[in-house]
Ligand binder design. Structure first.
Ligand code: FPP
Length: 237
């Protein structure tokens, strides 16, 4: 697959909706938590390989504003797993070139986790490799609402409220919009992920369950992406 790809024309920003952990666990008669753990490992491997291959920005949907409605035990497990994941990156930061930030309304997370997230962002901010954005307590509508509130808090005159001033207050400020959004496990929904930013993104769905997702599947998605003609609403005659 990789040799069919134009490595000079990679999507700059890739976003992934990591879905199917529960179904993966069920397939092996395991608890949902085992699926999430396998999902975290799959992400770790992918990030390492993408960074090595020269990708620029990856944004992943790890916990949505709606995920709080899951079973208390599952929410607690996911939060613990995320904490562990962040801590692992803190421990490995010296040997890695990945820049890691979290996006979303982080104020709802446990203070200790917020502190670890801020620390990880701080110690990796000068890294020159791939930027990994982990979306936590993230919702596209919430992102837009928080940006609108920020416009009001900044007393921006109505005449100056436009796409640029709003975009600059989203969690993805200063980043290009995602070129490619991938969703695993066969679902065809955005599920409140990057709603504003996805206006012109190419969408790619695969039946692979997230814990089974490997870099070869990413290259498959990119092969499709590179065959599509992106018109951004325009059309050449
Ligand atoms: C969807 O699978 C996945 C999630 C709600 C969480 C995504 C989390 C991870 C991939 C692992 C943890 C991430 C980090 C950054 C440590 P699902 O449970 O909805 O699967 P199902 O639809 O098959 O039930």
């Amino acid at each position: 697959m990789k040799n069919q790809i134009d490595m000079q024309n990679l999507p700059r920003h890739i976003a992934i909706i990591m879905d199917g952990n529960g179904r993966w666990a069920k397939k092996f008669f395991m608890k949902r938590s085992a699926g999430h753990r396998a999902g975290a490992q799959a992400l770790r491997r992918l990030v390492e390989e993408m960074d090595k291959a020269g990708f620029e920005i990856l944004t992943v949907y790890a916990f949505s504003t709606e995920n709080w409605k899951r079973d208390e035990d599952e929410v607690a497990y996911l939060m613990g797993l995320i904490h562990e994941y962040i801590q692992q990156y803190i421990s490995d930061a010296e040997d890695s070139n990945t820049r890691i930030r979290c996006i979303g309304d982080l104020s709802a997370l446990e203070p200790n986790l917020q502190e670890r997230i801020a620390h990880l962002a701080d110690i990796t901010k000068e890294k020159t490799g791939m930027l990994l954005n982990i979306a936590l307590n993230y919702g596209g509508r919430d992102d837009i609402l928080r940006a609108v509130r920020q416009l009001a808090a900044d007393s921006i005159p109505i005449a100056d409220i436009n796409e640029a001033t709003l975009s600059a207050r989203l969690d993805t400020a200063n980043l290009p919009d995602p070129d490619l959004i991938i969703r695993t496990s066969g679902e065809m929904r955005l599920s409140n992920f990057l709603l504003w930013q996805a206006a012109y993104s190419e969408f790619y769905a695969t039946d692979i369950l997230w814990p089974d997702f490997k870099i070869k599947h990413l290259y498959e998605a990119i092969t499709h992406f590179q065959k599509r003609e992106r018109r951004f609403g325009g059309r050449k005659s």
